[in-house]
Design a protein around this ligand. Sequence first.
Ligand SMILES: [Zn+2]
Length: 168
Amino acid sequence: MRIGYGWDSHEFKSQVPLKIGGLDIPHSKGLGGHSDGDVLLHAITDALLGAVAAPDIGTLFSPSDARWKGADSAMFLEEALRRVKAAGYKITNVDSTLILAQPKIGPHAQAIRERVSDLMGIPGDQIGVKAKTPEGMGTENAAIAHAVVLLEKVPHNVRRRSQKKSPR
Ligand SMILES: [Zn+2]
C-alpha cells in the first residue's frame, strides 16, 4: 500500500469563476492562479503524485509554462491518475479538508464529491470532502485544501488481464 498527501492554497480574486473539485460554485469571487485555481483538485493531484513518488504538480505543470494558463485542473488530475496506474496501483480512498471562510461548502459537498468521483473513476463512498472555516488563522481571503490518498497494489495477474482487454 502507499499513502500520499497534498496541500494547496489559492487567493480569492474578483472577476474569476469559482471552481472547487471540478465543480462551478456560484460566488462573488473565484480563486486566482495560473490554471483555473481549483485548490481541491490540486491537493488531490499532489497527493496521488506523492504516493507514487512522482514529481509534484508545480514541476509537471510549471506556472511559467503558457500551456497551463487558465487550464482545466482535471487535466492535471488525469496525468496523476495515469502515473498511479502505470506504477501498478489503484485508489483505495481519498480524504480531503477544505479551509475557507466563504462560500459555505456544506450545501455543495455532495455535488463536489460526485464530480470528484466522476473525474477519478472511483465511487463516491471512497471520497471524503470536509470543510472548515479558518478560525483565528487570518486566511479569510484564501482557500486551502489538504488531501490524503491511499493506494493499493494491483496484483500482477489482474494487471496482465486488464492490459490484454485494452490493447494500445
Ligand atoms: Zn493550486
